[in-house]
Design a protein around this ligand. Structure first.
Ligand code: ATP
Ligand code: MG
Length: 375
């Protein structure tokens, strides 16, 4: 219960007010003059002060000035108890920062109402302050998270870029110094090594730029009528080239109309899901991509017959840099699915995973159809 200090030199008034408050369950401390009152305030750190103005030695104004000047006490609600004749000194008291005043003689309910309303107001201010603190706290956490992401991007940049760069350098040097002595097959092997490493670097660079865009909320969503079936077909063909027929990549679509989507983001979704399906499934298995259209939804399924994902790790897959324990032997940055999830979110769509360890994984992306049928 709140603690209240009553500073009043007239003993009968002081005791009456204290009794009213005690009876309501407040903790009450009395003081018979300003000097003792201030001692009590410092000692008790009360929730509210009721204080007479005219008192010998230290008067009510001086008490108020001292309280308001002390950072640890300045927030305490302060109510003056004053004689009817004290109009000028009441005004001065309010100017000095009192919260309220009560004119003698006051009734039991006047005192209790004034006390309650001040304490309620104080409690509300406290809870608002608490909320502000909490939202500041979460903004701070978010900012920290972003900085962490940035520093991880920089760390990845310097670490993961070294290997492909070193591979390019070494193949280029071999070709430069020993080119004449190499047969065609070995020359081609080194050229492939270079183009493969360049491809990896470009892919990593694109991912990082995209994550930076997402992070700084600069990723733009630009929907436009798109030949979705054709777009996905092009992406799949690119993967068939890269995969060099290691897998059987199948693609089917029943979407014939143009669909309003952002083709750049769709490319990210499809490319990352297909790249994962290829990376995490053994050679000669099937990777199937299916696009179907319902009345108000498009569904994209990317299914593989690969290693699968442990159930417990599924909830984390879409976090940036998260890589599950099933892929320690395969290279990757853990950025792909975080990009996918943002691109799906931009389309106001939904993504889900079903996976069985050792049997395969299916990612299902659902996007609302936004076609303006008149257009
Ligand atoms: P990259 O940034 O190069 O794509 P990555 O493939 O490791 O790296 P994500 O694409 O974000 O990163 O995938 C996160 C993790 O989810 C993977 O590391 C892997 O553990 C798991 N995962 C994703 N797709 C599959 C899949 N088809 N089969 C098995 N595991 C998968
Ligand atoms: Mg990936």
């Amino acid at each position: 219960m709140a603690k209240i200090i009553v500073i009043e030199d007239e003993a009968n008034i002081r005791e009456e007010v204290m009794d009213w408050l005690l009876f309501e369950g407040y903790e009450v401390v009395g003081a018979s003059n300003g000097r003792l009152g201030l001692d009590a305030v410092y000692r008790e750190n009360p929730d509210l002060i009721l204080c007479d103005i005219t008192m010998p030695e230290v008067d009510g104004h001086e008490v108020l000035i001292e309280v308001r000047a002390d950072v640890n006490l300045s927030h305490i609600p302060f109510i003056f108890l004053t004689a009817a004749a004290d109009r000028d000194s009441v005004r001065r008291g309010m100017d000095l920062g009192a919260d309220d005043y009560m004119t003698k003689p006051f009734t039991h309910s006047e005192v209790l109402n004034a006390v309650r309303s001040r304490l309620d107001k104080r409690a509300m201010q406290n809870s608002q302050m608490q909320q502000q603190l909490e939202s500041l706290g979460s903004a701070f956490q978010e900012e920290r998270g972003k900085r962490l992401l940035k520093s991880r991007l920089v760390a990845m940049f310097s670490h993961d870029f070294r290997n492909p760069l070193a591979a390019i350098l070494s193949s280029a040097e071999i070709l430069e110094h020993y080119g004449e002595r190499l047969d065609t097959a070995r020359k081609v092997k080194h050229l492939h090594m270079i183009s493969g490493a360049v491809y990896t670097l470009l892919q990593m660079l694109d991912d990082m730029l995209l994550v930076a865009e997402i992070d700084s909320e600069h990723l733009k969503y630009v929907p436009q009528p798109t030949d979705l079936t054709g777009l996905i077909n092009t992406i799949i063909d690119e993967f068939r080239l890269i995969d060099r027929q290691t897998h059987e990549i199948t693609y089917s679509s029943d979407v014939e109309s143009f669909e309003v989507v952002d083709p750049k983001l769709i490319r990210q979704i499809v490319a990352n899901l297909v790249s994962n399906a290829l990376k995490y499934s053994p050679a000669e298995t099937e990777v199937s991509v299916k696009l179907t259209a319902g009345h108000d939804q498009l569904q994209l399924r990317v299914q593989d017959k690969g290693r699968g994902i442990p159930d417990a790790e599924v909830p984390h897959l879409f976090e940036p840099f998260y890589r599950a324990s099933n892929v320690t032997n395969v290279k990757g940055t853990g950025l792909g699915l975080s990009i996918v999830s943002e691109c799906v979110r931009q389309h106001q769509g939904h993504i889900e995973v079903s996976s069985v360890l050792g049997q395969g994984t299916c990612f299902l992306v659902q996007l609302p159809r936004q076609n303006d049928k008149e257009g």
